[in-house]
Design a protein around this ligand. Sequence first.
Ligand code: NAD
Ligand code: AHE
Ligand code: ZN
Ligand code: ZN
Length: 374
Amino acid sequence: MKLETIRCKAAVAWGPGQDLKIETVDVAPPKAGEVRIKLIATGVCHTDAYTLSGDDPEGVFPSILGHEGGGIVESIGEGVTSVKVGDHVIPLYTPECGECKFCQSGKTNLCQKIRATQGKGLMPDGTSRFSINGEIIYHYMGTSTFSEYTVLPEISLAKVNPKAPLEEVCLLGCGVTTGMGAVMNTAKVEAGASVAIFGLGGIGLSAIIGAAMAKASRIIAIDINERKFDLAKRLGATDCINPKDFDKPIQDVIVELTDGGVDYSFECIGNVDIMRSALECCHKGWGESVIIGVAGAGQEISTRPFQLVTGRVWRGTAFGGVKGRSELPDYVERYLAGEFALDDFITHTMSLEQVNEAFELMHKGESIRSVIHF
Ligand code: NAD
Ligand code: AHE
Ligand code: ZN
Ligand code: ZN
């Protein structure tokens, strides 16, 4: 049966700094190895705001943003075998082909099979499936979840248990998996360790969940917005600190509080100055700091090399080091088994038409996650 183009609603980013506009877009059928899905829900992550701001060197316009979705397979292209129509899926901005040098290494989740075209806003064959009156609209992070329908390569989909509500597990498409994975996969925090988490948005709060699961003995949560502290404590933070309450650098405060520094720290903001604080609050000889936040074009990190010479380790993580197709379904199972909750994070639900409000709430510090229901 020949597949038809679908005409549907999508939020289009026409240019940096502009509000998204709801448009009627054409979504072409999936080509070989591709899948078209109907979105049920999508979260709004700070990275969407970052790209919309114009700070992302890979930002292309006009495009359809969004990368924290949950959907149902509507149609499949030639040769697709791992999913079928009706399957529940989570789009992956970090695919898993299983074949490339990166997948084969066993050392990283950063599959590179389609990274070059994905970074240009295109499908692997170098074209887009989105258009308006014949004008090309670019994809974003290989996912473009701010649309009623989207097309992805088969290798960019995790098939998940249909019992899981997509309105909640969409958050596993980025924020929650990233925070938990950073703690458990990337840093491998061990029981009894001390941890400092900078920034208490969706990512930092998920890192608290991961640290509590790892049985960290001390979880220090840092934010300049004290409205985040209640939830941080409920999730397991032992101390909540506002850097504005001190007249010395926050790293000095933490080093004093912890008899020399924490075992692990996580930067969940995207601020290069705080990345330095996060490194320098780590314990001499072994402390490890993980960068999760995404910093704008042209920004660089710095510290005295002596910090590293004396044993601190600086590392980073994307999607919490999680391999999406083989490992994400198990995060969904663990959620279904009640190991962690997701509704705590969903402070606002809204329609696609309200997507700009989601960005406003984020910038005003009023939301953790806004979830758009289609
Ligand atoms: P968010 O906006 O919801 O949360 C950021 C938090 O940082 C807010 O609570 C804010 O008050 C706090 N903050 C801001 N400036 C601060 C400062 N100077 N000191 C202390 N706290 C401060 O964002 P989010 O969705 O949680 O994303 C956080 C970061 O992680 C972003 O940079 C995002 O792009 C990035 N991110 C990275 C990955 C990855 O795979 N590496 C995945 C998802 C998100
Ligand atoms: N396009 C940016 C990089 C942005 C970035 O680092 N993205 C993270 C995911 S953020 C999700 O909210 C990521 O996965 N990075 C690895 C990768 O391959 O992009 C830039 O600076 O060019
Ligand atoms: Zn994200
Ligand atoms: Zn690969």
